[in-house]
Design a protein around this ligand. Structure first.
Ligand code: SAM
Length: 245
């Protein structure tokens, strides 16, 4: 289904081809593009992270990006020589923006507008490289989400996750956030459960333990490195190299 875009109802999404279709989104785009085509001043530069994410990608490999937003990493994977690339996001406005950006690229990405948690992995197939960046903290059932990602991953699973320093910056935890981030705990702060933001903060060691506990026979190696998010908040990149099923 190369270059096709599937909506929630499974129908192809035809975005047209003129400038009038520029997809404006409340809050702006999440990702910034080299040509400045994105909308909104808050869009993030993801170029440095992309080099970290795709450090092990081989030419011709297939890539699945879960929570792809405007498709920055999908296009970047193509640029690095990936074969079949699929970007999936549950928000139609994000997929509309990704389809818009597709017009400026020479290679086709398949974009799917669907909730990953509702997808049957058997229909999706499996991919050499599965990336899921800044999504897991929005999903209530971390174990189920990681299990599903593992079920479609062949060679690598790459996750970006907010560190507990982010929790510290967003709440009054202060320097305790740094101490908590060293502990193997999965911490769901009541202030966020009760308040505005239901994000789940998972310490790197907790993520690593969970992966090894649940998927030990498939894990060859796990590498965790910090990533930059903002002056006050850090995140981490977890790269799990996998034994094929
Ligand atoms: C914070 S943005 C991160 C975008 C991109 N991965 C990046 O790091 O640049 C999270 C994205 O994940 C999408 N998302 C969240 N839950 C999802 C789910 N269950 N299935 C598919 N997409 C999801 C959101 O719509 C949003 O576009």
């Amino acid at each position: 289904m190369s270059g096709q875009t599937m909506g929630n109802d499974g129908a192809n999404m035809n975005m047209g081809s003129s400038e009038e279709n520029f997809p404006v989104r409340k809050g702006g785009w999440y990702q910034r593009f080299e040509d400045g085509a994105e909308e909104g001043a808050g869009a993030r530069d993801r170029s440095e992270l992309a080099a970290q994410v795709f450090a092990n990608l081989r030419v011709g490999e297939s890539v699945l990006d879960v929570g792809c937003a405007e498709g920055y990493f999908c296009f970047d994977a193509m640029r690095r020589g990936a074969g079949h690339v699929v970007g999936l996001d549950k928000k139609s406005s994000r997929i509309e923006a990704a389809v818009y950006m597709q017009k400026f690229k020479t290679q086709d990405v398949d974009f799917i507008n669907q909730n990953f948690m509702e997808i049957d992995p058997a229909n999706l197939g499996s991919f050499d490289y599965v990336i899921c960046l800044n999504v897991i903290h929005h999903i209530g059932d971390t174990v189920a989400m990681v299990g599903k990602l593992m079920s479609v991953a062949k060679r690598y699973l790459v996750l970006e996750i907010p560190d507990l320093t982010e929790l510290a910056a967003r709440t009054t935890l202060g320097r305790w956030g740094r101490i908590f981030s060293l502990l193997p705990i999965r911490y769901q702060p009541p202030v966020m459960v009760l308040g505005q933001n239901k994000s789940i903060y998972i310490a790197p060691k907790a993520m690593e333990s969970m992966l090894k506990l649940r998927h030990g026979p498939r894990i060859k190696n796990i590498k965790i490195t910090p990533t930059y998010h903002s002056r006050k908040m850090s995140r981490y990149l977890l790269v799990a190299s996998l034994k094929e099923k």
